[in-house]
Design a protein around this ligand. Structure first.
Ligand SMILES: Cc1ncc(COP(=O)(O)O)c(C=O)c1O
Length: 398
């Protein structure tokens, strides 16, 4: 009779330090009936071009089926890189060759790989504070430390950045979301963008520009991308907010050495992005479908943003502050002295969900804010959800 030794399962220190993302947990509750969720960063399914995708899918399957169902190259579908380079030139003034681009399984994969290729465990990078929670998770998963730089209404504060760089002079990169930032909704001003690039250039630092929301501008003038101002910037784009997140397709436009390293990293992560997705996206861009769809998404979201802000005016106590973004998907609500982590339990009971502001701070505790998504909920639920939050604020009056 053989005796098996009990399995000694020991996870890595990094795995033991990982916490489930606040947003993933929240999505579970969000699916319950009567719950109004302003939590997840979900596009509105009304904005999905279902009929166009059905037609494209059938056409592509008939025309390119054997390639579309095969493994693809690690850098992605060539013709999509050609289409992306042309589009980035036309829309953003970005000068890139198709070979400067690598397609990824959403920007999330790019963020994870950028952490891997730039930083060793224990090294640090600079981010805005607050910043995208998925970036915090992706970098933490590689044991990378983050130094947060405070923002104001014009984006990352350059005086604070200069101060932080005195204490942390060798960050592996500076990561920013200049357009309609997740979570704050803030857009970095042109002057700040110039100053950021000056600071980076003086010190020879890499800047990573994450731009999932830039095409979703409802109002105000376009601000040039960092990448169009300085071709050394590493630029991240995604189809998640202008087509569908389910297609899991993003791309990185970079200096050539960065793209080469990402290519090698990607071979270890997933070999290649889904060929099915890349063929669909290629036809979506090149067939003019994307240009037709974006204005529809913008119209829908503008109206939802307006309704949510109008509801704040009607139902929030006067001391609650909020951003008024000209695009994107999020509003950032702050009440001095509030603790939105403590409020959250009551919010769940009242069946209204938000993401606690503290989830977005890379290296400090800050509990005064919450992130509200305005794109997903029906108009009726936007009004009702804000009403519930307003009551919650009243009940937790300081
Ligand atoms: C700032 C930012 N970066 C990256 C992502 C990841 O997007 P995806 O992986 O769907 O392309 C998101 C998604 O919400 C985001 O807000």
């Amino acid at each position: 009779m053989s005796m098996n030794a009990p399995v000694k399962r020991e996870f890595s220190a990094i795995a033991n330090a990982m916490k489930p993302s606040a947003i993933r947990l929240l999505l579970k509750v969000a699916n319950q009936p009567d719950v109004i969720s302003f939590g997840g960063g979900l596009p509105n399914p009304e904005s999905f071009p279902i009929e166009d995708i059905r037609r494209i899918f059938e056409e592509q399957l008939a025309r390119n089926g054997k390639k579309m169902l095969q493994y693809g190259a690690t850098e992605g579908l060539d013709s999509l890189n050609v289409a992306l380079a042309a589009r980035l030139k036309e829309k953003e003034g970005i000068n890139s060759e198709p070979t400067d681009i690598i397609q990824t399984a959403g920007s999330q994969e790019a963020l994870y790989m950028l952490g891997k290729v730039f930083a060793n465990p224990g090294e640090y990078v600079i981010t805005e504070a607050p910043t995208y929670v998925g970036t915090i998770s992706a970098l933490k998963a590689s044991g990378i430390k983050m130094v947060g730089v405070e923002m104001d209404h014009y984006g990352m504060r350059m005086d604070v950045l200069r101060e932080k760089l005195k204490k942390y002079p060798n960050p592996k990169f500076i990561y920013v979301i200049p357009n309609f930032q997740n979570p704050s909704g803030i857009t970095m001003s042109f002057e700040r963008r110039k100053e950021l690039l000056e600071i980076a250039n003086e010190r020879g630092l890499t800047v990573i520009e994450d731009d999932p929301y830039g095409a979703l501008r409802f109002a105000g003038a376009h601000v040039p991308t960092l990448k169009s101002m300085d071709n050394d910037v590493v630029y991240l784009g995604t189809f998640s907010k202008v087509l569908s997140p389910g297609i899991r397709l993003g791309y990185v436009v970079g200096p050539h050495d960065v793209i080469e390293k990402l290519n090698i990293a990607k071979q270890a992560v997933d070999l290649a992005t889904s060929s099915v997705s890349t063929y669909i996206a290629q036809a979506y861009v090149s067939g003019g479908y994307m240009d037709k769809q974006i204005p529809k998404i913008i119209d829908l979201y503008r109206q939802k943003r307006d309704l949510m802000i109008e509801s704040f005016v009607n139902y929030f106590p006067g001391d609650v502050e909020y951003t008024r973004p000209n695009g994107g998907m999020f509003l950032w609500v702050t009440r001095k002295g509030a603790n939105t982590d403590k409020m959250f339990e009551e919010a769940v009971k009242q069946k209204v969900l938000y993401v606690v502001g503290s989830a977005f701070y890379p290296d400090e505790d800050n509990h005064e804010s919450m992130r509200l998504n305005f794109t997903f909920s029906s108009n009726e639920n936007i009004v009702e959800g804000v009403k519930r939050l307003g009551k919650l604020f009243e009940a937790t009056a300081k």
